[in-house]
Design a protein around this ligand. Structure first.
Ligand code: FES
Length: 162
């Protein structure tokens, strides 16, 4: 006789992180494109937002992305010294350091935010970063701000601390 517990377990969905990737147009977006055209496999958990340069990213946009329930945010741009706007990626790095502190204060695990340099020729590297991020976030679990469906139970979104 089949236990109802087993049936329920079978119907439970595995947590699939929602990751938003802000990729610079000139390097990382092209790297992601190369991963796609080279048919390099990576999890479909990432939604990509193309920006002209990581240096133009407004920190408020990143915080709002978490606030609206993203389980992870990836910022990816050109390697050091390769930014097409000279120092945009250095500005992005400085913002990233501050953002790490802010997200911690929001009650979000800082591992949910990641900054990587990925060039246009690094399709395999882009796929590796996404795979690692998905694995890490699966370990941490869903965002505390996300409305998630786990085993058929809809959890309410907690009030943000900011
Ligand atoms: S153009 Fe790629 S990080 Fe600035």
């Amino acid at each position: 006789m089949v236990e109802t517990k087993e049936i329920i377990k079978e119907t439970e969905c595995e947590f699939e992180p929602k990751i938003i990737g802000f990729l610079c147009n000139w390097c990382s977006y092209a790297g992601a494109d190369l991963a796609g055209t080279s048919r390099v496999q990576y999890p479909p958990n990432i939604r990509i937002v193309r920006v002209m340069c990581t240096g133009r990213l407004d920190p408020q946009l990143i915080l709002n992305t978490f606030r609206y329930g993203a389980d992870g945010v990836l910022i990816a741009g050109c390697h050091e010294g390769d930014c097409h706007y000279i120092g945009g990626n250095y500005r992005a790095y400085r913002k990233y350091i501050l953002l790490k502190e802010f997200v911690k204060r929001m009650g979000i695990n800082e591992k949910r935010l990641r900054l990587e340099w990925v060039s246009a020729s690094e399709g395999e590297r882009f796929a590796k970063v996404v795979r690692e991020m998905v694995d890490n976030i699966k370990e941490i679990g869903p965002s505390p701000f996300g409305v998630t469906i786990t085993g058929g139970v809809v959890e309410d979104e907690p009030e943000p601390k900011i």
